[in-house]
Ligand binder design. Structure first.
Ligand code: GDP
Length: 300
C-alpha cells in the first residue's frame, strides 16, 4: 500500500468516526482497528502500531469513564486529537537535528546501502544549501562502486557544485580526509561526504563508516533510506546507528510506489529525526520534512 493509500485509509477511518451517532467503546475500537490495520499494511513496525493503539486508548479512556458528562462530539475530538498526536509522535523522535551554520565548515557525512539514492541525495543537499547561501561541495569517498566518482562528477557539474574525488586512490578514508581538508582550507560552509554502500549490511562497510567518521569528524551523519525498504528498516537503521551514529535520516523515492512505513519505523528504532524527503530524480526534488505538516497532509 503506497503512502497516498495510507492517507486515504486513515481518512476513511476518521470519517466513519465523525459519522457515528454515538461514540462508545465499540466505535472507538473499530476506528483504532482500521487505523492500525492501515499502518500495518504500510509496513509500520507491529510494536509501534500496538503502542500507538494502547496510547490512544489510554487517552480516550478517561472520556469513556464519564460517558454521560462527555458529549459524543467531544469524545470524537478527543479520539481524533490523540490519534493525530500519536501519528505525529511516530515520525517525531523529539530530537532536534543539526543545523548548518554559515561561516564555518559543516561536515555532513552520508551513509546507506547501495541504490538507496545516496549519491543523488548528496548533490540534492549541496544544491539545497548552495541556494540558501552556503558555499557547498561534495567529497566522493565511494571507492567500492565502479563509476561512483563519475556519477558525482557529472551531477555536481550539472548542479554547479564543487567536488573532490580520485580515479587512482583506493582508500576511501584517505580520499575523505583529503577532500574535507582541502575544502575546509578553501572555506566551504557545507562539505558533504558521500560514502560507499554495499548491497547488504556487511561488517566491512560498517568498519569503513567508523574509519571515515573518525577521519572527517562529521557535524552530522545522515542515513539515506529508500522509502520502499519495508520491515527491514529497523534492523538496517540499527546496524548503521551502531557504526555511523547518524543524527538524521533522509527518506528517498517518496514519489514512487513505496509504502513508507518502514522508514517511519527507523525513526523510532533509532530515535533519529527525518530531515528531508527525496521526491524525484531531479536535483531540486528534495522537500524539508516536518512531522506535523507531514501528518496533516497525509490525513488530507
Ligand atoms: P546510491 O547507490 O545510494 O548512491 O544511489 P543513487 O544515488 O545512484 O540512486 C539510485 C537510483 O535511485 C538512481 O536511479 C536515482 O536517480 C534514483 N533516486 C534517488 N533518489 C530518488 C528519489 O527521491 N526519487 C526517485 N524516483 N528516484 C531516486
Amino acid at each position: 500500500m503506497v503512502l497516498a493509500d495510507l492517507g486515504r485509509k486513515l481518512n476513511a477511518a476518521l470519517s466513519s468516526l465523525s459519522r457515528a451517532p454515538v461514540v462508545d467503546e465499540k466505535v472507538i475500537d473499530a476506528t483504532l482497528k482500521e487505523v492500525c490495520a492501515a499502518l500495518l499494511e504500510s509496513d509500520v513496525n507491529v510494536k509501534l502500531v500496538a503502542s500507538l493503539r494502547a496510547k490512544v486508548k489510554t487517552k480516550v479512556k478517561a472520556s469513556l469513564d464519564v460517558s454521560e458528562k462527555v458529549k459524543d462530539a467531544n469524545r470524537k475530538n478527543i479520539v481524533q486529537k490523540s490519534l493525530f498526536d500519536e501519528l505525529v509522535h511516530l515520525v517525531d523522535p523529539g530530537v532536534e537535528p543539526y543545523k548548518p551554520v554559515k561561516g564555518k565548515a559543516n561536515v555532513i557525512m552520508a551513509v546507506g546501502l547501495q541504490g538507496n539514492g545516496k549519491t543523488t541525495t548528496c548533490t540534492k543537499l549541496a544544491v539545497y544549501y548552495q541556494k540558501r547561501g552556503f558555499k557547498s561541495c561534495i567529497v566522493c569517498a565511494d571507492t567500492f562502486r565502479a563509476g561512483a566518482f563519475d556519477q558525482t562528477r557529472q551531477s555536481a557539474t550539472k548542479a554547479k557544485v564543487a567536488y573532490f574525488g580520485s580515479y587512482t586512490e583506493t582508500d576511501p578514508v584517505a580520499i575523505a580526509a583529503q577532500g574535507v581538508a582541502k575544502f575546509k582550507k578553501e572555506r566551504f560552509d557545507v562539505i558533504i561526504v558521500d560514502t560507499s554502500g554495499r548491497h547488504k549490511q556487511e561488517s566491512e562497510l560498517f568498519q569503513e563508516m567508523v574509519q571515515i567518521g573518525e577521519a572527517v569528524k562529521p557535524n552530522m551523519t545522515v542515513l539515506i533510506l529508500d522509502a520502499s525498504i519495508g520491515q527491514a528498516a529497523e534492523a538496517q537503521s540499527r546496524a548503521f546507528k551502531d557504526s555511523a551514529d547518524f543524527g538524521a535520516i533522509i527518506v528517498t523515492k517518496m514519489d514512487g510506489h513505496a509504502k513508507g512505513g518502514g522508514a517511519i519505523s527507523a525513526v523510532a528504532a533509532t530515535k533519529t529525526p527525518i530531515i528531508f524527503l527525496g521526491t524525484g530524480e531531479h536535483l531540486t526534488d528534495l522537500d524539508r520534512f516536518s512531522p506535523q505538516p507531514f501528518i496533516s497532509k497525509l490525513l488530507g
